[in-house]
Write a protein that binds this ligand. Sequence first.
Ligand SMILES: [Zn+2]
Length: 168
Amino acid sequence: MGLFRRKTPSLGAAAPQVPTRSLLSRNHKEDVPCACGYNLRGLSFGTKCPECGRDTRLYWESHVAFNSGQSEEAVSFVLDAVRWLSKRSKGSHIAAVDVCQGVCRVAIGQCGSEPAAREMLSDILGLARSEPIGAIVFALVECGILYAAPEDSPDDFDSLPLWPPSAA
Ligand SMILES: [Zn+2]
């Protein structure tokens, strides 16, 4: 499925049919060494290293953090927000703006208030703007952890509104 795009019919044009797929890809395309030296390439995200038993999520997050130029904490947070959105959307497309607002809503859920959530996102996670969120999402796509539709682009994340998140 296209990760970012929630298709809505508009102007009489029929929305294209898009196959629904699992959000988390099973085919990781990049080499990611485990701490034990085992290459985690090809393993499902979140499974354990067959060699040493470590949870592989940490290694994927560190890899994506490096590729996106963001922190591992920010990667982990965005990934959790996308998974939360994916459950709520039941397989329909998720637009870039939805990802950004989902990040804010998850932050409010964790922090208890919008001011505290804004502070956590900007001061701790470095996610005060939509662009770093997009950088993380596309780094996750790049190594096969998330799917994007062909028309999805990092530019979709340019200057998107984060606050206040819609109450959807
Ligand atoms: Zn290992």
